[in-house]
Design a protein around this ligand. Structure first.
Ligand code: F0G
Length: 348
């Protein structure tokens, strides 16, 4: 039977005998060799397709641990703010645990698939007229004043569980890759990767740390600019964040590994999304395509070393946000209902 990450990584995670081993069989996602794009970019390229987790994003890795610990500690309800994926995951694991879940979303700025998920899993969904950063502040207050268990990445168990993706990559490759490239929003995941890799190095499961490269959208790039952004804006709504709570940890991750932060435009993100889908058969949501856009940018700038092994972290499934793909990239060809009309659009 397939295992979830609490069972697979039991000895590496902060579990006790009393921690319930919740599972939706999260983790163990495919590391796909991206041959065509790798050839074009001159590197040995892989995509860690975390969009194949149970709720369609990497958030499940941390949420399963955060919710299990919340149950262990006797929590009566969960709360989080989210750009969409965290709320979908919190709602699903809340359902598994049988405890109520409250989610605060920036009104009108969450991809429809993610909103549908939070609702169908039974969360109490509250749309806040404001952005993610203000919703997060409100969730923190609710947690402090009413004692709801906060399952955003300020909860240390979230980032602990998210380490598992870095372990899977190293286990599967038999060594650390040269680079790991990730999208950065609230800056938790890049921090979790760094912690996971440091833990693996201490255990001698890898001999060196890979270079961590964090990619942001130009309209929401506080890590690149070095100042918080009050009105973040990007088509990649998952990373539409101006005040990342894990900014300090993420900066340390990049410094420690000799990595860097860079920003790409919405246009570059959507081009990358199209390339990933049409050249490699992987449909990832816009935020998850920022890493490929970043790599393309580095190649154009002449700063991408040849022949290195690079893993792109594809954090979320493209099906969560079909509007982004359909509105900006592809249109169906509409024809009359006849063979003549069809024959005109087919190749000879
Ligand atoms: N990719 C996707 C698909 C995300 O949903 C997020 C964050 C990130 C990347 C960035 O990760 O925040 O750890 O730097 N989504 C959060 C949410 C904010 O609420 O779902 P990060």
């Amino acid at each position: 039977m397939r295992k979830g990450i609490l069972t697979t990584y039991e000895t590496l995670l902060p579990l006790t005998e009393r921690t319930p081993r919740l599972s939706l069989c999260e983790g163990n996602t495919p590391l796909v060799s991206l041959k065509r794009l790798g050839r074009e970019l001159g590197v040995d390229l892989y995509g860690k397709f975390d969009g194949l987790n149970p709720t369609g994003s990497f958030k499940d890795r941390g949420m399963v641990l955060a919710v299990s610990k919340a149950v262990e500690e006797g929590a009566k309800a969960l709360i989080c703010a989210s750009t969409g994926n965290t709320s979908a995951s919190a709602a699903a694991y809340g359902a598994v645990a049988g405890i109520p879940c409250y989610v605060l979303l920036p009104a009108g700025k969450v991809a429809l698939g993610k909103l549908a998920q939070a609702l169908i899993y039974g969360a109490k969904v509250i749309a806040v007229r404001g952005n993610f950063d203000s919703a997060l502040e409100m969730a923190r207050q609710a947690s402090a004043e009413r004692g709801l268990a906060m399952v955003n990445s300020v909860n240390p168990y979230r980032l602990y569980g998210q380490r598992s993706a870095s372990w899977e990559i190293c286990d599967e490759l038999g060594a650390a890759p040269d680079w790991i490239v990730l999208p950065v929003g609230n800056a938790g995941n890049i921090s979790a990767y760094c912690a996971g890799l440091e833990q693996y190095k201490e255990l001698s499961r890898i001999s060196r740390l890979p270079r961590l490269v964090g990619v942001q959208a130009e309209g929401a790039a506080p890590m690149v600019r070095g100042v918080f952004v009050d009105e973040p804006e990007t088509v990649a709504t998952a990373i539409r964040i101006g005040h990342p709570v894990s900014a300090d940890k993420a900066r340390r991750a990049v410094e420690l590994t000799g990595g860097e932060f860079l920003a790409v435009s919405d246009d570059e993100i959507l081009q990358a999304q199209k390339r990933l889908a049409s050249q490699e058969g992987l449909f990832a949501e816009p935020a998850s395509c920022a890493p490929l856009a970043g790599l393309v940018r580095l190649k154009e700038m002449g700063t991408l070393p040849k022949g290195i092994r690079v893993v792109l972290v594809l954090t979320g499934n493209g099906l969560k946000d079909p509007d982004a793909a359909v509105q900006t990239i592809a249109r169906p060809i509409e024809i009359d209902s006849s063979w003549d009309a069809l024959s005109e659009v087919l190749p000879l």
